[in-house]
Ligand binder design. Structure first.
Ligand code: TMP
Length: 200
C-alpha cells in the first residue's frame, strides 16, 4: 500500500518532524517497503547550496519573493534527481518539509500570498501535492524548548512571524484535503502512533 507513495511531514520549527521522519522511515522499512527519506530544502548538491544561502544569518535583507523562488528551485532539483525516479521505481518517498512550508512561511507569514505560492509551484514542479502531508502542530513554548541551539536566518524571524507560520499551517487542510494535522505536543511515541493512524 505504501509502495510509490509520496508522504511529507511538516510543521513549525521545533515541531519534532526530523525525529518523526526518522521513526516513520524505520517503521515503513520494517514492513519490507523500500523507503527513501529526504530533506527540503537540501539533499542534492544544488539544493544544499541553496539551503545555505537561505539560512545564512548574513542574508537578513532577503525578500519573501526571493525566498519563494529559492525554495522552489531547490525543490525542483530534488524532484528531478531523487523523488521522481524513486516514485517511478515504486519506493515510498518520505519528505522532511515540502510545498506546505512555502505556503505557511512565505505565503502566509511572509505575506507573499498562499495562492501565488501554489501558482509558482504549479509552474515549476511536475507535481505539487504529495499523497499525504502531515502537519505536526506545536505551540510556541513547546517549539522553543525543542530548539536548544543557534538559530538560523528563518528561525530568527521572531515570535510574531512564527505564530503566523503556525496559523498558516493550520489553514492548509481547508485548501488541500490531503493535508492533515497531528497534535505534536504529545510524547514522541504518541505522536508517532498518531502519524501511523493516518498512514497505515
Ligand atoms: P529545516 O531546518 O526544518 O530543514 O528547514 C529550514 C528552514 O527553512 C525552516 O526554518 C523552515 C524554512 N522553510 C521555509 O521558510 N520555506 C520552505 O519552503 C521550506 C521548505 C522551509
Amino acid at each position: 500500500m505504501l509502495k510509490g507513495k509520496f508522504i511529507v511531514l511538516d510543521g513549525p520549527d521545533g515541531c519534532g518532524k526530523s525525529t518523526q521522519t526518522r521513526m516513520l522511515s524505520e517503521c515503513i522499512a520494517n514492513q519490507g517497503v523500500d523507503v527513501a527519506s529526504y530533506r527540503d530544502p537540501g539533499t542534492t548538491l544544488v539544493g544544499e547550496k541553496i539551503r545555505n544561502i537561505l539560512l545564512d544569518v548574513a542574508h537578513e535583507g532577503m525578500g519573501d519573493n526571493v525566498e519563494v523562488l529559492l525554495y522552489m528551485a531547490a525543490r525542483a532539483q530534488l524532484w528531478k534527481e531523487h523523488i521522481a525516479p524513486d516514485l517511478a521505481a515504486g519506493k515510498c518517498v518520505l519528505m522532511d518539509r515540502w510545498l506546505s512550508s512555502t505556503c505557511a512561511y512565505q505565503g502566509f507569514a511572509g505575506g507573499f500570498g498562499v495562492e501565488k505560492v501554489i501558482q509558482i509551484a504549479t509552474d515549476s514542479l511536475e507535481r505539487i501535492w504529495p499523497d499525504l502531508t502531515v502537519i505536526l502542530d506545536v505551540d510556541a513554548e513547546t517549539a522553543a524548548a525543542r530548539m536548544q541551539r543557534d538559530l538560523d536566518r528563518m528561525e530568527q524571524k521572531g515570535d510574531a512571524y512564527h505564530a503566523k507560520v503556525r496559523e498558516g499551517f493550520l489553514k492548509l487542510p481547508d485548501i488541500e484535503p490531503t493535508v492533515k494535522v497531528v497534535d505534536a505536543r504529545k510524547t514522541v511515541e504518541q505522536v508517532h502512533k498518531d502519524i501511523l493512524k493516518l498512514i497505515i
